[in-house]
Design a protein around this ligand. Sequence first.
Ligand code: SF4
Length: 418
Amino acid sequence: MVSVIKKFPSFDLINTETIDKEFSIYLHIPFCKSKCYYCDFNTYSGIESMIDEYVESLQKEIYVWSKIVKNPKVKTVFFGGGTPSYIKANDISLLLKTISQSFMLDESAEITAEINPDDVTFNKIYELMDSGINRVSMGVQSLDDRFLKLLGRRHNSKDVITAYEVIRNAGLNNINLDLIYGLPYQKINIWENTVNKIIDLNPEHVSGYCLTLEPGTFLRHQVEIGVRKKPDDDLAADMYRLLCEKLNSAGYLNYEISNWAKKGKQSLHNLCYWKNNIYLGFGAGAHSHLPGLRYENVSSPVKYINSIKNIEDNNYSDADDLTNFRDQILGVIKDFELNDKQMQMSDTMILGLRLTEGIYYSEFRQRFGLNLDEIYGNEISNLKELDLLEVYKLNEDSILRLTEKGRLLGNEVFLKFV
Ligand code: SF4
């Protein structure tokens, strides 16, 4: 994220008039029992002693922002990480209480927690549900123990099946299972086996991402020194096609490049991101998107806790308070970017084209007061010629979306709208 100016923008920009009537909340829980070999997320093991203070800091950050962004309705809440299931269910409950006391939490809000199979017990799931969690996203990644080991996961395939049954028996009816394909040594039949078993489990939602060897991860290091084989990109593309075929014929809707859902079970929280809507992120390294502004909190949990401590407790009701708050909140924010109309249009294109339904010309016009072809006419016609984009008609509207070829080469398409 590029910092455009060093002074945090006026809070006049961030008020109930400029924020949407509905928005989403993300809470980052940066604790894991151990670090998986492929993971470059902002998460740490061995710092459990700071969980209590971290949760208190989150509560304060939520409270403080609720004084600035006054009354819009919270439509979705997402506990991500890290491993939210690693902390006490009571902490999740405290945080949800703080949200509902600080904002208007919609009665039908989608409230998701990421969980790991080895944390799942009946009591844990029951307590999470009791606190308000109504959707879980479980990090499965593979149902082959050799590959779970290769990824440095703590669970085995049997743990996944047991955890899944526990969640179902607890009565939760909105489960996402996360998968990773394109692993070193992974053959297509091994992947197919995992996909078949996932379909047999019958979750409401499946996410399938191709492995990327992120800089600084143990797995990338292993590949670089030749201890592990470099994954084969063509084979990974075949695995993606197989995943599409299998899930589509099992009745899942491929509503986003890497996400499938049963009817009505799309992730509302992730749709908020892909539709370039408004969200507040709380916690170390969390990202936020407010009208005309994106910002990112400091990554270090220690720095985050200390910066939150420096924020005074008050009601932020007059101009002086807001000026003080602006100065204090700068300690929590690592970087920010003012998003002018051009950038907002660009983000809307890049994110919206990930969705199978594509981008409605009418919605774009309503949002920006401009016709899509006026702004991106050349890019759209070039990409149509390359068979990467198509325009289709629905009722009176035109809709722009990726072709099947475009879905495989999405990054090339998105670059044209940067
Ligand atoms: S459990 Fe998830 S967040 Fe934690 S280290 Fe593994 S991949 Fe990363």
